[in-house]
Write a protein that binds this ligand. Structure first.
Ligand SMILES: [Zn+2]
Length: 367
C-alpha cells in the first residue's frame, strides 16, 4: 500500500512540475512527509490537543527545515484528499483545524454521499434531515465506533445553538447521521415484509434506519389502517431499497402524465391499495393489447384506444390480478373492495429500473 502511495506521490510530483506549481520538498523529505501523513491516515491520533495539532503533520528535511503536509501545492493536496475514503478524511480532520476545514468540506463529501447513499436518498429524505437537525439535533449524535468517536469530537453541537449556521447541515454531518442509524429516512422497499407473497413485485414507502454492523436496514412501513400496528422488517438489503421516484405521498393519488403515450410493451408502475384506509404501493406491470387485437404490430391500434390494458404477468392467467383496464382520457382511482383500488401510473423508461423489477421476478406464477 505504501508503494502505491509513493507512486501516487511521484506522479503528483511530476504533475506539479509540469504545472509550475509551488515546488515540492526533496524526495527524502517527501518520503518522510508522506509517511507522516500515512501515520495519520492509518493510525489513531490523539484528539483535541492543540499542541499535537501544531506538530503532528510536520517533519524536517535534511537541512532542518520544518515541513508540513499543508506545504504541499493546493492542487496536490486536493488530489490526495479526493482519493481518501470517509474514515481517512475523518482521521485527517482530527489533526488540526486547517485539515479539519479541508477534510470536512462539502465538495469532498458530495462524492461519498453520492457513491454510498445516492441511490436510496431522495429529496424527501433531504428535507427530513433538515427537519431533524432543526427539531432534535441531539438525537443524531454519532455512534460509538472509531468514525463515531472522531465525528463526536468534531460534532458541531455548539453550532446548533446558532440555528442559522449552515455547518450543522453539512454533508459530513448528514453522512454521519445516516451511518449511525439514528436518522430514519423515507425511501421505498421492494417486496416488503421479507418478500411476502402478497407483495411480490411491488414497492412500498417506509422509514429506514441503517445498521452499520450488518450493512442492512430496518424498515418501518406505514400502517394498513388506523388501528393496525406499524409493520417492521429487519435485515433489508441495499438492493431492495430505492429513493422514491416521484414526490407523491403514499396517501395521495399520483397525477399520471404518461397516459397519452402508453402503448403495448411499455413498462409501468401503478399505485394500488387494498382499501382506502391503506397507503398506496407501486406495482410493476406492462401495457398489453386489447382483446380485439392479435398483437401483430402491423395492425395494432391499441395506442389509439381510450382503453389501456395493464398486465401483471407475474400472476397466473386465471388470477384476478392478472389484468385491468384503465381509461386513457379520464383515469382516476378505479376499483372496489374486492379488486383493490388502482391509482396513478408512471411509465418506466430507465433500463436500470426495468432490470430491477426483472431481477425480482418470482420463480413461479402467483395466484
Ligand atoms: Zn394491439
Amino acid at each position: 500500500m505504501l508503494i502505491s502511495v509513493l507512486i501516487t506521490w511521484l506522479t503528483l510530483f511530476f504533475l506539479s512540475k509540469l504545472l509550475s506549481l509551488k515546488p515540492l520538498p526533496p524526495l527524502t523529505s517527501s518520503v518522510r512527509l508522506v509517511s507522516c501523513w500515512w501515520f495519520w491516515r492509518e493510525g489513531r491520533p490523539p484528539l483535541g490537543s492543540s499542541a499535537v495539532c501544531e506538530e503532528s503533520h510536520k517533519t524536517e528535511d535534511d537541512a532542518g527545515e520544518i515541513l508540513s503536509i499543508l506545504d504541499l501545492p493546493d492542487l496536490v493536496l486536493e488530489c490526495i484528499l479526493q482519493k481518501q475514503p470517509p474514515d481517512a478524511l475523518c482521521r485527517m480532520a482530527s489533526v488540526c483545524s486547517d485539515l479539519r476545514d479541508m477534510c470536512l468540506s462539502d465538495h469532498l463529501w458530495e462524492r461519498h454521499m453520492r457513491a454510498k447513499w445516492g441511490r436510496v436518498i431522495g429529496s424527501t429524505a433531504r428535507q427530513g434531515w433538515r427537519m431533524a437537525v432543526r427539531n432534535d439535533p441531539a438525537s443524531l449524535e454519532p455512534r460509538k465506533d472509531l468514525l463515531g468517536i472522531i465525528l463526536r469530537k468534531l460534532w458541531p453541537f455548539p453550532w446548533v445553538q446558532s440555528r442559522s449556521d449552515c455547518k450543522i447541515t453539512s454533508l459530513v454531518a448528514w453522512y454521519s447521521a445516516l451511518e449511525s442509524g439514528k436518522l430514519w429516512f423515507p425511501a421505498q422497499v421492494y417486496n416488503r415484509e421479507n418478500n411476502h407473497v402478497g407483495f411480490i413485485l411491488s414497492c412500498y414507502d417506509a422509514e429506514l434506519s441503517y445498521d452499520h454492523s450488518t450493512e442492512t436496514f430496518k424498515a418501518r412501513y406505514l400502517p394498513h389502517g388506523i388501528r393496525r400496528p406499524v409493520a417492521v422488517e429487519d435485515g433489508v438489503a441495499w438492493e431492495r431499497i430505492r429513493a422514491p421516484p416521484v414526490r407523491t405521498s403514499p396517501r395521495d393519488l399520483h397525477v399520471s402524465d404518461c397516459l397519452s403515450d402508453l402503448r403495448p410493451g411499455d413498462h409501468v408502475e401503478i399505485q394500488w391499495r387494498r382499501n382506502k384506509e391503506f397507503p398506496y404501493g407501486w406495482w410493476y406491470g406492462v401495457v398489453g393489447h386489447l382483446e380485439s387485437c392479435d398483437g401483430d404490430e402491423s395492425f395494432c391500434r391499441c395506442n389509439k384506444s381510450d382503453a389501456v390494458v395493464l398486465e401483471f404477468n407475474q400472476y397466473a392467467p386465471s388470477s384476478r390480478w392478472r389484468r385491468t383496464l384503465i381509461d386513457r382520457k379520464d383515469h382516476r382511482e378505479e376499483g372496489n373492495e374486492g379488486r383493490g383500488f388502482y391509482g396513478g401510473i408512471r411509465k418506466i423508461s430507465s433500463q436500470d429500473e426495468i432490470s430491477v423489477w426483472k431481477r425480482l421476478w418470482p420463480t413461479q406464477p402467483l395466484e
